[in-house]
Structures are given as C-alpha cells and as structure tokens.
Design a protein around this ligand. Structure first.
Ligand SMILES: C[S@@+](CC[C@H](N)C(=O)[O-])C[C@H]1O[C@@H](n2cnc3c(N)ncnc32)[C@H](O)[C@@H]1O
Length: 217
C-alpha cells in the first residue's frame, strides 16, 4: 500500500529526515565538546539568573531542572544557593564535566545525560519550581519542540517559572534554529510569557520568563 503523502513526501521520508537532522545536531554538539572548550562555555553565571536567585524578590530555593546544562556552571551555582538541582545535557562529555564541576564545588547536582525533549526517558518526575535554559531550546530541531514544552509542562509545580535565554532566528544561517516570543506563546500552552528582555549580544538574543498558570495545558 502507498504511504500517505505529506509536504515532505511520505511519512516515512519525513521521519527519516527528522532523525537525520537530530543526528546531525548531536554530531555538531559532540564536535564542539570534543574540540575543547565550546564558545558558549564562559564559566560565568548570567546576571539574569543571579537576579532571580539573589536579587530583590528572589525566588526561594526549591527544585530546579536545567535543560542543556553544558559543563554545569549554572547548575552548580543554583545548588550552591540552596536549590535541589537536576541538570540534563545531550552530550556525555559535557555531562562528565558538569559532574566534576559540582563535585569540585562540593554540592549535590544530579547531572543526567539525555534529551531535554524526551524527559520521560529520564528519572525526572518533578515537580519543579524553576526551569532554566541557556540557549538549548533555540537549537532544538522544530519537530522536537512541542515535546520539550510538554515535558516541562507536565513537570511544573503550580506557578513554576521558566527562565530561557535564546538567540533569535536571525542569529543563525540555517532555517530551523532560533526562538521568538511568538513561538513560545504559541508552544507553551498553560504558561504565560511574563517578560521578554533583549540580550546585549551583537546578534538578536532574548531573555524570556514564562510562568506556569493553573489548569491544564
Ligand atoms: C549553546 S549550549 C549552552 C550550554 C550551557 N547552557 C551553557 O550556557 O554553557 C547548548 C547546550 O544544550 C545541549 N543540548 C542541545 N540539545 C539538547 C537536547 N535536546 N537535550 C539536552 N541537551 C541539549 C548541548 O549539548 C549544549 O550543551
């Protein structure tokens, strides 16, 4: 029997193209970590996270889940400030470094190697009060982003916050990367986009704050 046709061709062709895209992203990320210190690995916790944790009206420490934690600078920062932290990254080299960083700081962080869009495959039931994403979501292939949003939504405590930094689509020379406020409003059902603050980078970047509203997604 013929496969149903979509804009991509058959469903099987679409699934295959999506799988190959995920593999390509994985390889590219692995190459960055294999080559040494990736350009984003500054070792500096951004002031936007510091403000949320230590600033006026700071959130009280609770449970945090970091998506795409890299070498763990911010997961360790959160743990040092009393948060119970789980941190996830796709690349095992990054995960190993994140574990070492937490150990060296003498704090407990559960660092898991896995896919932020497939949280059901990890032992991360939540609920979480804070989700932190420093330029992970903006690099996730579009076909996995609804699963990312659903994973967070299912694990969000009432009123949970998502602090996300992302590059705008203009910052990339490919047609799939980047994030916008409109995308987040549409994708994160059951959340309110409460703040969008432009970043200070030479290309378009944004700090997004979303708050889980009550009720179903
Ligand atoms: C731009 S880097 C930022 C890393 C870290 N947040 C930092 O600021 O140093 C994006 C990170 O997200 C991770 N990542 C990308 N896609 C992911 C996914 N689907 N699940 C988990 N981690 C992912 C990458 O391996 C990488 O460490």
């Amino acid at each position: 029997m013929d496969q149903p046709k979509t804009a991509w061709g058959t469903d099987a062709e679409r699934v295959d193209a999506e799988r190959r895209l995920e593999e390509a992203v994985h390889r590219e990320l692995e190459d960055y970590y294999r080559a040494g210190k990736p350009p984003w690995d500054t070792g500096v916790t951004p002031p936007e996270l510091v403000a949320l944790v230590e600033g006026r009206g700071a959130m009280p420490p609770g449970r945090a889940l970091e998506l795409g934690c890299g070498t763990g600078t911010n997961a360790t920062y959160l743990a040092r400030h009393g948060w119970e932290v789980v941190a996830v990254d796709l690349i095992d080299r990054a995960v190993r470094k994140a574990r070492e960083k937490a150990d060296a700081a003498g704090v407990a962080v559960r660092v898991l190697c896995g896919d932020a869009t497939r949280l059901d495959e990890l032992d991360v039931p939540g609920p979480y009060d804070l989700f932190f994403d420093l330029s992970c979501h903006c690099g996730i292939p579009p076909h996995r982003r609804d699963a990312y949003a659903a994973g967070l939504t299912h694990r969000a405590a009432p009123g949970a916050r998502l602090l996300m930094f992302g590059y705008g689509p203009e910052a990339f020379d490919d047609p799939i990367s980047g994030v916008t406020a409109d995308e987040l409003r549409a994708r994160f059902a059951g959340w309110e986009l409460v703040d969008v603050t432009p970043g200070t980078n030479p290309v378009p970047t944004f700090w997004f704050t979303l708050r889980r509203t009550t009720g179903k997604a």
